[in-house]
Write a protein that binds this ligand. Structure first.
Ligand SMILES: Nc1nc2c(ncn2[C@@H]2O[C@H](COP(=O)(O)OP(=O)(O)OP(=O)(O)O)[C@@H](O)[C@H]2O)c(=O)[nH]1
Length: 376
């Protein structure tokens, strides 16, 4: 056979090998993207989703970094996405940007509804990387809009050190699939959190309900014990509430309960847990608070309530509250007990203190003092 035919054969073989190699690489890539996409869809908590979108993407796709921006249509994205996890909030500070529909209207308007790659992505969306420490190492970027129907709910910006990684003209099908799955997952996750919040809320006052308090209270006790911190349980009860209802009507009574939650929230920190425990009784957990500080807060609250003239439904009147407080630290000086016992005993002690405040004449603060009770 003629040498040129051999050469043609070799050339064809080389081309075939190259195509096979490319096909295998694409298959692998597809598998990687698909597995990742299914994991995103399967994420059941904001923590899992945060980890997948903001950390795992970098690792699995060998990126320099990734930035996610979300449009805050319901003014709740940050709260729901971070679930009050301040540590996570801090560590993802520059990687998750929450866009306000009013303040950032122009920016939101500038988000493209299709993927943008290469120089244009870097030029148009430089604001997304403005606070990244490694922003100077970014050489190419892929901007992927997160769409739900016609609406943009945010965007992902994938960043690479390789100037050729995201160039105009490269196929974006894999990337589009990932961003479509991320959009669904984010929306689902936020909606699930919203449902959870509703089920933990007291409908009348918007404070947490007892179910939520019981769950969180145990967590907070465990956390404070781990850090050798004190924790205060405070019960508050409106004095002669039945009389308020009887005199001014049930609807006015409802307004008093709502007002109470407002006053309590004004006097405590955002990390304290305020819940309606039943009827006209409220409970507050104050982590990392000393008994003395809690006593001062309770006194301030009591005074704020009884010194304010209320004017609801054209009826002017004043109300007073009785408060009972108990501290975790005084309970732990006795002996070690399991979490349920500690939780129940602390609630019981605060309730006993409240009872003492009521029987002492109402409109007063009482502190549980019998540290030996737990041993009985
Ligand atoms: N308006 C209104 N009243 C409620 C609600 N839940 C419970 N109550 C009323 O709260 C009143 C509580 O009365 P009591 O338990 O006798 O207590 P009190 O009159 O506040 O007396 P002391 O606590 O001893 O000072 C009852 O009349 C309940 O009907 C509510 O959601 N709205």
């Amino acid at each position: 056979m003629d040498e040129s035919i051999y050469e043609k054969n070799r050339e064809l073989q080389r081309k075939l090998d190259h195509l096979l190699k490319q096909a295998r690489a694409n298959e692998k890539k597809q598998e990687l993207y698909e597995t990742f996409g299914f994991e995103i869809i399967g994420a059941s908590t904001p923590k899992q989703l945060r980890d997948l979108l903001l950390s795992q993407t970098v690792e699995r796709f060998q990126l320099l970094d990734v930035v996610l921006c979300l449009v805050d249509y319901h003014k709740d994205t940050e709260r729901l996405f971070f679930e009050r996890d301040e540590e996570a909030q801090l560590s993802y500070e520059n990687k998750l940007l929450i866009l306000d529909t009013l303040k950032d209207a122009e920016i939101i308007h500038s988000l493209a509804g299709h993927p943008v790659l290469g120089v244009e992505a870097l030029k148009n969306y430089r604001w997304m990387i403005a606070n990244l420490k490694n922003r100077n190492q970014v050489k190419s970027a892929a901007f992927l809009p997160l769409l739900r129907g016609e609406q943009i709910i945010g965007a992902l910006l994938l960043l690479s050190q390789d100037p050729h990684r995201y160039q105009v003209g490269i196929g974006t099908l894999f990337l589009q699939k990932i961003s479509a799955m991320a959009a669904v997952a984010i929306e689902n996750c936020l909606n699930q959190q919203r449902l959870k919040e509703i089920s933990y809320q007291d409908v009348l006052t918007q404070a947490y309900n007892r179910r939520y308090f019981d769950l969180r209270f145990k967590d907070e006790i465990a956390r404070c014990m781990r850090w050798d911190d004190d924790l205060i349980c405070m019960f508050l009860d409106v004095d002669h509430f039945k009389k308020i209802n009887d005199t001014h009507g049930h609807q006015t009574g409802d307004l008093v309960l709502r007002y109470m939650v407002g006053v309590i929230k004004e006097q405590v920190r955002s990390c304290d847990i305020v819940a309606r425990y039943g009827g006209e009784e409220f409970v507050v957990a104050l982590p990392s608070t000393t008994l003395q500080a809690a006593h001062e807060i309770a006194e301030r609250l009591r005074q704020a309530v009884c010194s304010t003239a209320l004017n609801f439904h054209d009826k002017q009147f004043t109300v007073s509250i009785s408060i009972g407080i108990a501290s975790l630290r005084s309970l732990l000086t006795a002996q070690q007990h399991d979490a349920d016992f500690i939780c129940n005993t602390l609630l019981d002690r605060a309730d006993q203190a409240l009872y003492a405040a009521k029987s002492g004449g109402r409109n007063q603060v009482a502190v549980y003092a019998d540290a030996d009770l737990v041993a009985h």
